[in-house]
Design a binder for this molecule. Structure first.
Ligand code: G3H
Length: 489
């Protein structure tokens, strides 16, 4: 049992003396998956949020603070010190990734290692960006020394499904560009930050990074209402992003870096390699129980192959094994959000009451904090599962006759992150790609949707994202181009 009663404000690891919130784990060492008390975390409020804001604002000091004015080489040294210390916490952080959010051992290790690699790659790109933007250039008799500078104070809120990797894909570029940060981890995935607090404290000047815990409305809202935040960096749902954005008294001044919802489709053409398409759709829809913004959330199968695809896909889903994250034979793990099984059940009930069937034998079996993935067919637009981002183990399937049908649906959708396209004939695929890239931001050929490699842009159209992540783009998202001009005399 871990009491995570330490938080970080103004370069000080403080002990919390107030009310603690229990944190339950969804995994269990017994047969019965009852939530077990894993630890406790501080339940902070407005006064604590204001203290962190004050620390971040003073450290930035309108661009005149130690951190925003620090030489690039010295900022890099701080980041290198941080990542070296972070590496020593691997065993502990990985353990908490499994316990807190039910991520498999392999995926938890991958998340940690990917984050370390992300930090090193960011440092390399930062050096490159600095070299390139530091050059003199000349136009119409004006010499310019162009540089990239920070924007100010960042409020950083990460998601529960990648509490380390995705959160750090906001935090690290924000910091290295010279901004100061207030970071509040997601509700699930708080304890895993505790081994990193000392690394933050000892690597960065005071007030540059502040770590707080608590509910959004009690901690994030007062910070936004102060009007002192320059960047809202959030990965989560649009509702929270809009609510927070609206609380800022001067929205025009606020820069947004948002990774939001998606409803990524897979389109399976008549000539697709079915073995490959089925395997990729299994991973795409159900890895980490479908709790990924990049998960495939609706499958469009050409009517000529639908019977075969559905039969084989449903059988493969039923072969998936549920259990604890540390068991290597397992691919489905308990769901950290206790409301999720009931929500998925609602989607299933709604779809079946409107004509869909659960086509896999085990689909919808509920036990405590787990629901076995349900494959639903045929889906129509009257059903909630067609519109809502399920973020969990339910797979809706539709058929199409003409390729224009899924394209029209994608054009009408509120989302526009990625698509997977399965087929062989290049003459069909090539013109389709030209249309698809205008509907989403990444087209995956004969493979499922995903975020990485982290060097590639990660963004979305419409309600899926604002600003672009990836190592290269994130450095730009968290900075502004400035220049010093001089004329030839
Ligand atoms: O939840 C959204 C994540 O960005 C998914 O990342 O595709 O690497 O699993 P991933």
């Amino acid at each position: 049992l871990l009491a995570q009663d330490t938080y970080l404000v103004n370069g000080e690891l403080k002990k919390w003396a107030g009310q603690m919130t229990p944190v339950y784990s969804t995994i269990s060492s017994t047969e019965k998956y009852e939530p077990t008390l894993l630890g406790t975390i501080p339940f902070m409020g407005e006064a604590d949020a204001m203290e962190a804001l004050e620390a971040a604002s003073s450290a930035y000091n309108n661009g005149q603070g130690l951190w925003p004015t620090m030489k690039v080489v010295d900022r890099i040294k701080c980041m290198e010190k941080f990542v070296a210390q972070m590496k020593t916490t691997r065993t502990e952080v990985v353990k908490f990734l499994m316990w807190e959010i039910g991520k498999s051992l392999g995926d938890s290790e991958k998340e940690f290692d990917r984050t370390v690699e992300y930090i090193y790659d960011t440092i390399e790109h930062y050096k490159q960006l600095d070299r390139n933007s530091g050059h003199f250039t000349k136009s119409q008799g004006v010499n310019a020394m162009i540089r990239r500078g920070p924007l100010g104070v960042v409020l950083c809120l990460g998601p529960y499904n990648y509490p380390l990797n995705e959160t750090f894909s906001l935090l690290i570029p924000a910091l290295i560009m010279g901004n100061t940060v207030i970071f509040k981890p997601a509700k699930h995935g708080v304890l895993l930050i505790s081994p990193l607090l000392e690394a933050f404290r000892s690597s960065f000047p005071k007030g540059v990074i502040n770590v707080l815990y608590g509910r959004g409305r009690e901690v994030a809202s007062p910070i936004m209402k102060s009007g002192k935040v320059d960047i809202l960096a959030l990965i989560g749902n649009s509702k929270s992003a809009i609510a927070l954005q609206d609380q800022h008294p001067n929205k025009n001044r606020l820069r947004l870096v948002l990774g939001l919802e998606a409803k990524n489709p897979a389109i399976i053409l008549p000539d697709a390699d079915l073995d490959l398409a089925i395997q990729e759709c299994i991973t795409g829809t159900l890895s980490f129980n479908g709790q990924r913004c990049t998960a495939l959330k609706v499958l469009y199968v050409h009517e000529s192959i639908a019977a075969e695809f559905n039969k084989r896909f449903a059988a493969k889903v039923d072969e998936l094994v549920f259990g604890n994250p540390w068991d290597k034979s397992v691919s489905l793990t308990p769901l950290p959000e206790k409301e999720k099984p009931a929500y998925i059940q609602e989607l299933i009930d709604d779809a079946t009451s409107k004509g869909a069937k659960v086509i896999n034998a085990k689909g919808g079996e509920i036990s405590d904090n787990f629901i076995f993935p349900a494959v639903l067919f045929p889906i129509n637009k009257e059903m909630r599962v067609y519109h809502e981002e399920q973020f969990g183990p339910v797979v809706p399937i539709l058929t199409f006759k003409d390729i224009q049908e899924p394209l029209n649906d994608m054009a009408e959708s509120n989302y526009g992150q990625q698509v997977s396209l399965f087929g062989k004939d290049i003459k069909t695929i090539a013109p389709l790609i030209d249309t698809l890239v205008n509907l989403v931001c990444r087209v995956n050929l004969n493979s499922s949707c995903q975020r990485g490699p982290d060097l590639y842009p990660f963004t979305g159209r419409k309600d899926s994202a604002v600003g672009t992540l990836s190592i290269f783009d994130a450095l730009r998202s968290f900075s502004i181009r400035t220049f010093v001009a001089s004329k030839d005399n």
